[in-house]
Every structure is written in structure tokens, then in C-alpha cells.
Design a protein. Structure first.
Length: 95
């Protein structure tokens, strides 16, 4: 996928963050995401990151595979995917 540029010529990348959410407060989830964004901006200086809102506000607890499909659809739109610590133990992060 080719990166786009903004009006100022700066590269723009869409990022998908896969992270454990079950059992974590909204504040903790947002803190982890903010830390990841800071790391992206440091490691890829000069790139503007647009974070895909991958937090399912209305997860269908009766159909977890449906939720996984929604996440994969969002992931397919990303230029970069970041896996937060603990993703490998989270049912919603591992395919």
C-alpha cells in the first residue's frame, strides 16, 4: 500500500492497534494506545499517523467471530499494524 501525503507533503499512514481489552478499564486501554502512538511517532519521524478506531463500542458478545471479522476488516485498511504487549494471550487479538 502506498502512503499518502498531506497538504504540507508529510507522509500519512493509517495505523491499526491490536491490543487486549477484556478486563482493562477504558483509561488503561487509552493509555496503552497513547504510548504506542508516541512510539510510532518517534520511530517514524516525519510520518503523520491516523489511528483507526478499532475499539468496538458495541461488541456482539454472542458472536465473537463476527467481532473478529469486523476487526480484520478495519485491519485491512491499515498501512501498519501494531500489536500491543499481551496480544498473544488475548482471544480477540489472535487469529
Amino acid at each position: 500500500m502506498e502512503l499518502r501525503r498531506n497538504d504540507k507533503g508529510q507522509l500519512i499512514a493509517r495505523a491499526f492497534i491490536s491490543q487486549p481489552m477484556t478486563g482493562y478499564s477504558d483509561e488503561t486501554i487509552e493509555l496503552v494506545r497513547a504510548t504506542i502512538v508516541q512510539r510510532l511517532e518517534k520511530d517514524f519521524s516525519g510520518v503523520e499517523f491516523q489511528i483507526i478506531d478499532s475499539i468496538l463500542k458495541d461488541p456482539d458478545d454472542e458472536r465473537p467471530i463476527f467481532n473478529l471479522g469486523r476487526s480484520l476488516a478495519m485491519m485491512s485498511e491499515a498501512d501498519i499494524v501494531v500489536f500491543a504487549p499481551g496480544y498473544e494471550k488475548s482471544r480477540g487479538c489472535v487469529v
